[in-house]
Design a binder for this molecule. Structure first.
Ligand SMILES: Cc1cc2nc3c(=O)[nH]c(=O)nc-3n(C[C@H](O)[C@H](O)[C@H](O)COP(=O)(O)OP(=O)(O)OC[C@H]3O[C@@H](n4cnc5c(N)ncnc54)[C@H](O)[C@@H]3O)c2cc1C
Length: 310
């Protein structure tokens, strides 16, 4: 039994289909973290709206987990209703060059489906293990500057329990951030505009991008992608490597020997060990460069975030 079961938390109506005390480790790419007080995979938007209204009426935060590839969940878990949209928003429709993707569709799946139809624009996303909902928060992209903002034409969100469509012009897409995130919008779906390109060219580019990833990133070990944002005009990985960051470890969590901005573990690290490594890396870079690295990954925990995230 963990602290969520001991705390006084209301029982949700059975029709909402919410489970209690569900480990989030298995819903994250990093495989780390405690339990969500409530977890649900609503079958449709109506049920999502009812869950949203119930959570609101009890002042319990509602969080959406997408691919779980950009977060570190506290060992104590979160006192929240955590929702996966994989049942309600798992649809993908491609008509000509127009793509309509539910929030839970993974980026590599869209890239592959587009390639099969001779469509270009999503090649860059082939190796990003997030879904559309997550990518609309982080403006997922790659080092050459390509990102989701280049292809999105509109986004459906649930605002105050009501579905609303926002045009591209109503959304600010920045480096690993969008205004949807600042506003706390629940993303339901996105429309993308792609361009025709011969299938073999699209597939060749995706293979090349995947090959580069495999050679430069620790793809076999649990990780959260780039842990820190690149400071303006600099590369976090190079700075971490230059200050000896590749020697930093705590328990089984350690800086990857392949890429210094990745922190990996053997599948058994705790969030607190992962935080130890992040904190030491941040301290080393600050001491040498006077630059305080800002995490790219998001902290999921109750109360005040750990110092490295502040
Ligand atoms: C191996 C690896 C490689 C990576 N490479 C890249 C890369 O090249 N480029 C890059 O940009 N990123 C990269 N990432 C980071 C990550 O994949 C992206 O940031 C991705 O967009 C996150 O999507 P997700 O679905 O996993 O989001 P999650 O981690 O599930 O969630 C991230 C945030 O988005 C919110 N969210 C998720 N879905 C919704 C929704 N439907 N509505 C509202 N909020 C929502 C969550 O609540 C959370 O706040 C990498 C990660 C890994 C592990």
């Amino acid at each position: 039994m963990n602290e969520h079961s001991l705390a006084t938390l209301p029982d949700p109506p059975p029709a909402l289909g919410l489970e209690r005390d569900v480990s989030l480790a298995r819903h994250t790419y990093l495989r780390i973290g405690g339990a969500a007080a409530y977890f649900g995979t609503p079958p449709d938007i109506d049920t999502l709206v009812r869950i949203w209204a119930w959570a609101k009426s009890h002042a319990i935060p509602l969080r959406i987990v997408g691919g779980g590839s950009n977060m570190l969940v506290a060992d104590e878990g979160v006192r929240a209703v955590v929702i996966s949209l994989r049942r309600a928003c798992g649809y993908l429709d491609i008509d000509g060059t127009a793509v309509y993707a539910g929030a839970a569709v993974m980026l590599p799946a869209i890239a592959k489906a587009a390639a099969e139809r001779g469509l270009s624009g999503m090649e860059f996303a082939i190796g990003i293990p997030g879904d559309i909902g997550g990518a609309m928060q982080t403006n997922a992209g790659i080092g050459d500057g390509r990102s989701m903002g280049d292809v999105v034409t509109s986004v459906d969100v649930l605002r105050d329990g009501v579905p609303v469509t926002l045009s591209r012009e109503q959304i600010a897409f920045d480096y690993r951030h969008t205004s949807l995130r600042t506003a706390g919008e629940i993303v339901l779906a996105a429309r993308l505009a792609l361009k025709p390109r011969p299938r073999d060219e699209v597939e060749a580019e995706m293979s090349r991008l995947l090959g580069t990833r495999q050679a430069t990133q620790p793809t076999a070990e649990p990780n959260a992608g780039s842990v820190f944002r690149n400071p303006p005009g600099d590369r976090a990985g190079q700075m971490i490597e230059a200050v000896g960051g590749k020697n930093v470890a705590s328990g089984s969590a350690h800086v990857s020997s392949l890429h210094a901005n990745f922190i990996v573990h053997d599948g058994h690290a705790s969030a607190s060990e992962y935080l130890d490594v992040m904190t030491e890396v941040q301290r080393l870079v600050l001491a040498t460069y006077g630059v305080r690295l800002i995490p790219e990954i998001e902290w999921w925990g109750d109360g005040t975030p750990p110092e490295v995230f502040q």
